[in-house]
Design a protein around this ligand. Structure first.
Ligand code: SF4
Length: 417
């Protein structure tokens, strides 16, 4: 473990700034564990999902503290975009009406200024450098044409897998580059209710609880039993399953399939909890260049090596049954417990995490020997290259990483100016 080189007070103004830019809807004071805020949410919370109201009531009866999840979906018209209509296709999809404060919304604003240019289907293959400064980038265009572009500053925001890949392709050789990959170790409990949950409508997750991040006497006892100094779980998402293709893949194929899909017992009755468990940074979990596999343009692809550690397995084993208790309190007829990656061996497909919360691989710190970027996001090795994504995370916390990576990017942008 290592400490972040900045504190919450350093970042809070940028959280507030990016919440206003992205457009976040939330309810102040609803989460007793929330960090202090300098101002209100830009919008009030949107409509709750019916199933989340029932699961939140069950969680409250067991002593937990669910609250409306702050969400980058417009609850009212905001930023020139309409209010969300709770269509049900929020997770995994772009928003068909641009109610979501996703990267497309921010990109449209940038393009609308007339001061940004987007080179579509263009791949940056290398950052050129001379001494301690980058001089530009090499590009491959959509037709395969290669060219170079000079630059005073290079901002890398390709995510915790492609950012280290680009830096490695640029022959940067910091020994920690690509290391400490974190993805959130998910613990998932799903069960069937004797009533309709209407999980196919809404923003996929409208309620969460943080009690399993904070911990209690039971988690401290479980940690002590396992010889660990502490256990950290993660934010628990109250969610259903409204995705027909995902559902279809789990249904028997053949003549029965259309009838089962039309009846859709899973879509109508399933409810689930997904704990985004904090996974610790291990040097062996990493991204490097694959020695044999190349992409369509001929460049080595990123190779990902990841295996959960003892902390993640113990935390999941501790909190999973507690999540199942909440589902039972909600009325579930059955409940199944799993994790992502699953408990299989490293070569099993289950060992690949389903979480898209990729973090680490270019950690931030003051000491160039133990970190890849400095506290402002600049590479220690190249003073005019800034990493503005979740690569710089030192720990993964148990929260979705997007607002923090956006706040760090905003802070880095202000510091460049
Ligand atoms: S639920 Fe999500 S995808 Fe659907 S309208 Fe709302 S923000 Fe857009």
């Amino acid at each position: 473990m290592a400490d972040w080189p900045l504190g919450y007070d350093d970042l809070e103004p940028y959280y507030a700034e990016v919440e206003a830019v992205i457009g976040v809807a939330g309810t102040e004071g609803a989460n007793p564990f929330a960090a202090p805020r300098s101002g209100p949410f830009p919008m009030p919370s949107g409509a709750p999902m019916y199933g989340a109201l029932v699961s939140s009531a069950a969680a409250e009866r067991l002593g937990y503290h669910p609250y409306p999840a702050p969400t980058a979906a417009n609850s009212v018209p905001y930023g020139g975009r309409p209010a969300c209509n709770n269509c049900g296709f929020c997770a995994y999809f772009g928003c068909p009406i641009h109610a979501k404060g996703d990267p497309v919304a921010m990109l449209m604003r940038a393009m609308g200024t007339g001061r940004a240019e987007l080179l579509a289907e263009t791949f940056v293959s290398r950052i050129r450098h001379d001494g301690h400064r980058a001089t530009g980038v090499d590009l491959v265009g959509p037709d395969g044409t290669r060219r170079s572009m000079d630059a005073r500053h290079v901002i890398v925001a390709a995510g915790a897998i492609e950012t280290p890949r680009l830096l490695l392709l640029s022959e940067l050789d910091h020994p920690l580059l690509g290391r400490y990959l974190m993805t959130h170790y998910q613990t998932i409990v799903a069960g069937s209710m004797p009533f309709r949950t209407y999980a196919e409508r809404g923003r996929a997750v409208t309620h969460v609880h943080d009690d399993m991040i904070v911990g209690d006497d039971a988690s401290r006892a479980a940690a002590a039993d396992a010889g660990l100094p502490w256990l950290r779980g993660g934010m628990v998402e109250h969610s259903g399953s409204g995705l027909p293709i995902m559902e279809a893949k789990h249904m028997p194929w053949g003549e029965l399939h259309p009838r089962i899909m039309a009846d859709s017992a899973i879509r109508k009755r399933l409810w689930a909890f997904i704990m985004q468990g904090e996974d610790l940074p291990y040097a062996g979990n990493r991204v490097d260049l694959d020695p044999s596999v190349r992409d369509a343009r001929g460049f080595p692809v990123a190779r990902v090596t990841y295996r959960p550690g003892r902390h993640e397995l113990v935390a999941s084993a501790h909190y999973g049954p507690r999540l199942r208790e909440i589902l039972k309190e909600m009325g579930s007829e059955w409940a199944a417990l799993s994790s992502s990656p699953g408990p299989g061996n490293a070569s099993s497909p289950e060992a690949i995490p389903e979480s898209r919360h990729n973090m680490g691989t270019g950690r931030m710190g003051t000491d160039p020997a133990s970190s890849v970027v400095d506290p402002s996001g600049r590479l220690h090795q190249l003073e005019n290259v800034v990493v503005a994504d979740s690569s710089v995370f030192v720990t993964s916390a148990g929260y979705g990483p997007t607002l923090t990576l956006a706040a760090l990017a905003a802070r880095a942008a202000h510091l460049i100016i």
